[in-house]
Structure formats: C-alpha cells, structure tokens
Write a protein of this length. Structure first.
Length: 212
C-alpha cells in the first residue's frame, strides 16, 4: 500500500518558495538540506507525525548532476511558467516499504529506483529517466525511506497540521482510477476543475490556511 508522505512545492528559487509558504501559512520553513545526487536543495515543514511539506529548487552551489534532476527541475522555463500561473504546490510523494515491485508494476510511468541522500540520511526514490513528473504531477513520486522511516516526527514542530489535501482535475474519474491502480491507502480528496491543481488546507496556530 502507498501512503501520503509529503507535499512538494517546486520553486524557481528556494527564496521564492519559502516566501510563498510564509505568505500563505504565516510560518517560516526550516532549512532541510542538499541532495548531491540531484543538485537540489530544500526546506521542510512538519505537518504531522508522518507527513510534511517540502519546498525544493535547484541548488545554485551544486555541480550539475550527470543525470536529469528530479521533479522536472532542469526545465527552468516550465518551472517558472507554472509558478507564475499559480501552480506552486505542484506534486506529492507517496511512501512505500517495497519500492521496486511498485515501480516494476507501474513501469515506466514512475521511473526507476535511485539512491538519494541528504546529510546522513539515505533513501530510495523513483525517478524517471527524463526527470519529469509522472503524468505531469498527477501521479505521485514514490519513496522508500528504509529502516529509519519518515523524518517528519523528528522535524521542528511549528504547530502546523495537514487538515485536507485536494486535487482538482478535469476528469475526476481518471484520478480515482489512478489512485485505485496505485493502491493508495489514504486517497486524497478529488474534485472537478479546469486543470490539474493541488490545494492543501493547513491548521496553523493562527487558524486554517490554504496553500496552493
């Protein structure tokens, strides 16, 4: 079974991503770390015991990796276009303890397992050969944290909790079929909309806030 692990904002720059979360939620995101295999950097915000929010961007201090970066981050024009259009909460990551069989079953949609690290933490992540988001972000990326499990519980707690996570799509039935085929244990809410778009409702110390 797959479980919602974290929500991902794909940002043109880390500064813009963190500022967007501050404006939307009224909270500052702590620095996460760097991913040397992908040449990216992130900030992280705990949203519960096993779920968190990530802002990720190209790391300007890192050398370009010898493979396409994950989350489509090599296509700076695409990232900027979606950002300016308001599609900032762009995708999500689902957690499994048995990554390779799921990737094999859904090949080539979800990519191949790659070793990724951040500091002293190492995990496996499904990355497509072209680095693009599966189904332009409609399908989640997949992660297997290994024996250490999700890092969410060890993150600083700013009092934010995920209240609802919603996907808008022109064909809700397609989304339902996809979630069913993936074996998603905790499916996200689905509603009709003109294009693919995600929305998160987050309970903060100042009340409910919406992030998109």
């Amino acid at each position: 079974m797959l479980h919602l692990d974290h929500l991902t904002i794909i940002a043109p720059t880390l500064r813009e991503g963190v500022a967007h979360v501050r404006d939307a939620l009224g909270l500052d995101m702590p620095f996460g770390g760097r991913h040397p295999e992908m040449g990216t950097v992130n900030h992280l915000l705990r949203l519960g015991d096993d779920v968190f929010l990530e802002v990720i961007a190209v790391d300007p201090q890192a050398a370009r990796p010898d493979r396409p970066r994950w989350f489509g981050l090599d296509d700076a024009d695409w990232v900027r276009r979606d950002w300016d259009a308001g599609r900032r909460l762009r995708t999500w990551v689902a957690r499994t303890s048995d990554l390779e069989p799921v990737l094999d079953r859904m090949a080539p949609l979800l990519g191949r397992p790659r070793r990724i690290s951040r500091g002293d933490r190492v995990w496996s992540f499904g990355v497509r050969d072209d680095g693009a988001l599966p189904l332009d972000g409609l399908a989640p990326c997949l992660i297997d944290w290994g024996a250490r499990g999700s890092p969410a519980a060890a993150m600083p707690d700013a009092g934010a909790r995920l209240s609802a996570f919603v996907v808008e799509h022109p064909d809700p039935a397609q989304v339902e079929r996809l979630h069913r085929d993936l074996g998603l244990a905790s499916p996200i809410a689905i509603r009709a909309g003109p294009q693919l778009r995600y929305e998160a409702v987050v309970a903060t110390p100042a009340g409910l806030r919406t992030l998109w």
